[in-house]
Ligand binder design. Structure first.
Ligand code: FMN
Length: 206
């Protein structure tokens, strides 16, 4: 597959066939993820592969319960009104044959350290913008490779609504942090619609 075709043809897939994904394809997708660039080549990521339906259900239940509680407690009118319809965007991974849990691991940033010292703030060598950027690049690689292999995937950060509890259940300990859930599987149903991109976001400052 041509690179431009992969970049433009990839869509977020939210409906999956029940059929299992071959382990070699899962490995191939993750192999592409780890070839992403990372600040200082720190490769500050980990990937957990979950295929057990009961585990996926448990994570989905945690997320739905937390999301409902938080919307009821802190949500405005608009958020409350769309609560039922929005739950799918939080729990859709439950019906995928594979869930890839992306974990951001500690990232030691010289620039963030110097900048924190200048501000007299404590140095945080955990999760920084630079650290997360590498993890994001890995996720994009993963999505593109999945698309090339005829698989569908969806980058999901809505799971972070319950990050603390999920980290506990998944055994993710500080300084590591949950970064995303990425369900993976063979796409089912209608292909997702193309979402046009915004114009006017590119500026040459010559
Ligand atoms: C950082 C990030 C977080 C996202 N989180 C979710 C999510 O929690 N649930 C979901 O259904 N889609 C999620 N998406 C998918 C976006 O909705 C999707 O990429 C966007 O609508 C563009 O559609 P496309 O990926 O098909 O081009 C996320 C995408 C990104 C990059």
């Amino acid at each position: 597959m041509e690179l431009s075709e992969a970049i433009k043809g990839r869509r977020s897939v939210r409906h999956f066939e029940e059929r299992a994904v071959e382990e070699e394809k899962i490995r191939s997708v993750l192999e592409s993820a780890v070839w992403a660039p990372s600040g200082g080549n720190q490769q500050n990521w980990r990937f957990l592969v979950v295929r057990d339906k009961a585990k996926l259900k448990r994570y989905a239940q945690i997320i739905e319960r937390t999301y409902r509680e938080l919307v009821e407690k802190f949500g405005d009118e608009r958020l409350r009104a769309k609560l039922e319809g929005s739950i799918f965007g939080y729990t859709l991974f439950e019906d995928a044959p594979v869930l890839i849990v992306v974990v951001a691991t500690a990232y030691h940033s010289t620039s963030a350290t110097l900048s924190a010292k200048k501000r007299g703030e404590p140095v945080k060598n955990g999760i920084t913008v630079a650290g997360i950027s590498g993890v994001a690049a890995a996720i994009q690689n993963l999505l593109l490779k999945a698309h090339e292999l005829g698989l569908g995937a969806c980058w999901m950060t809505s799971c972070l609504v319950a990050e603390g509890e999920l980290e506990e259940v998944l055994g993710i300990e500080p300084p590591d942090r949950l970064a995303a859930f990425v369900p993976l599987g063979y796409p089912a149903g209608e292909p997702p619609k193309l979402k046009p991109r915004k114009e006017g976001v590119i500026e040459f400052l010559d």
